[in-house]
Design a protein around this ligand. Structure first.
Ligand code: SF4
Length: 434
């Protein structure tokens, strides 16, 4: 979502005649868009501010804006810790950047803007022109914030309560993206499956949104991320059966395979519920594959709890996943629990990542000799080599002299490594869904 927000910030600044710079030399303004989800990201911000300070020592100081979730959560502390930051702008008020920068240029007074102004934000973004050429696959935010309050997570505090953007404004942005050459749209939200928009007597959910976007001819593929298992309704499950533009790959975080830890995490679901949900998706579409997120070393996690997580990985056969050691986030309930030693956490993370890696490689090897459809995203630096992704998000490389980014092609997979597939062009797909 920060990637999407950063592009929108760039569009906003270009609308008031700033030009995006490729270097940090001689810039008038620097905006850091920050993430607060893990402690490392916060520390990196302070170290990067230090580097920028050094770089610009002999020049006129640019206006420095700290945006995003760290700005939201720690604005006052940042003003105290460094005198380099001029403006603090939270993730729900960045649409005011041009006005705030103009005010600062005139008055030279530090200012912090951390209100939750989502309706106003999306109204402003709706009227923005894209300032850059779109990629083949682009993000589109449909929902922000979260009401789940998992005990490790800062999102409900930094992004606020769940808010769904209006149905018509999302469709308009999807059409603008398609006019700009986009072929795949990834619908974004902190809890995207909680999308719900009511307009008079009409009510829209994620499945309806997907079906409406699918009507845009030149959009070949639709994905969404990230979902909470408790918000997957039957209509969405069914969409994987009949909506051919919805890719059969679902990122469905579970975080832990132990019911005891899931309870400590306040996830509000059990491993049995999760496995049952996976079975329902498989029943709707036997082709569907899953990826997930795992937190290792959550306070209270015993070796037995950890084994439950390994067990669920084996049962679901995830094709790809993200895994991290638990990171204490200030202000969240889990901070006050007894923490697990770093050595134990590192050992468990290594074992878990080895298992995920082995499963991923085994799954990729099964594709060797088979044909798989790829959406080409770009040309690589190697002559005639293209990069694209399979329906299941596998990064795939192949050579061709007559393909273009945006083409759908059938590739015969000839080899793989732990992350990538390599193949030979079989044919261009005439009809996207032939
Ligand atoms: S559902 Fe996701 S975003 Fe919401 S609190 Fe839990 S981890 Fe955070």
């Amino acid at each position: 979502m920060n990637e999407y927000d950063s592009d929108k910030m760039s569009d906003l600044m270009q609308s008031v005649n700033f030009i995006r710079s490729e270097t940090l030399a001689d810039v008038d303004c620097i905006i850091f868009n920050t993430c607060h989800i893990r402690e490392k990201a916060t520390e990196k911000v302070y170290s990067d501010i230090g580097k920028i300070k050094k770089l610009n020592r002999s020049k006129k100081k640019p206006i420095f804006v700290l945006a995003g979730c760290i700005a939201q959560a720690q604005g006052e502390e940042i003003f105290r810790r460094t005198n380099y930051v001029d403006l603090i702008v939270g993730p729900q008020s960045y649409h005011r950047l041009p006005e705030l920068i103009k005010n600062f240029s005139e008055r030279r007074e530090n200012y912090s803007e951390t209100n939750f102004e989502l309706i106003e934000k999306f109204d402003t973004l709706d009227n923005l022109k894209f300032s850059r050429k779109s990629k083949i696959s682009e993000f589109l935010t449909i929902q922000e914030g979260c009401d789940k309050f998992c005990s490790f997570c800062v999102v409900p505090y930094t992004r606020g309560a769940e808010f769904s953007r209006s149905f018509s404004s999302i469709i308009n942005e999807a059409k603008k993206l398609s006019d700009n050459g986009v072929k795949e749209i990834v619908l974004l939200g902190q809890n995207v499956s909680a999308y719900k928009f009511v307009d008079g007597n009409k009510s829209y959910n994620l499945a309806k949104l997907i079906n409406e976007i699918a009507k845009i001819n030149s959009i070949h593929r639709i994905r969404f991320t990230t979902s909470h298992p408790n918000d997957m309704d039957q209509e969405l499950i069914e969409a994987f059966k009949y909506q051919k533009k919805l890719m059969p790959q679902l990122h469905l975080p579970i975080q832990s395979g132990s019911n005891k830890i899931l309870k400590f995490m306040n996830r509000k679901h059990t491993r049995e519920y999760y496995l049952d949900l996976i079975a329902k998706f498989k029943e709707a579409n036997s082709e569907i594959e899953f990826s997930s997120d795992f937190i290792i070393g959550f306070p209270g996690e015993t070796e037995e709890d950890f084994q439950c997580t390994l067990d669920i990985i084996n049962k679901v056969n995830f094709i790809n996943s993200y895994s991290f050691i638990y990171s204490q986030r200030p202000g969240t309930p889990a901070v006050d629990r007894d923490q697990i030693s770093l050595d134990i956490c590192k050992d468990r993370l290594l074992r878990l990542q080895n298992l995920l890696g082995d499963i991923q490689l085994k799954n990729s090897k099964r594709l060797i000799g088979k044909k798989t459809q790829i959406l080409i995203e770009n040309k690589t630096k190697n002559p005639d080599q293209f990069f694209g992704r399979s329906k299941f998000m596998h990064p795939t490389f192949f050579n061709s002299q007559n393909c273009n980014p945006g083409d759908l092609v059938d590739i015969e997979i000839s080899s793989c490594n732990s992350k990538n597939l390599f193949g030979v062009l079989h044919k261009k797909t005439e009809e996207a869904f032939a």
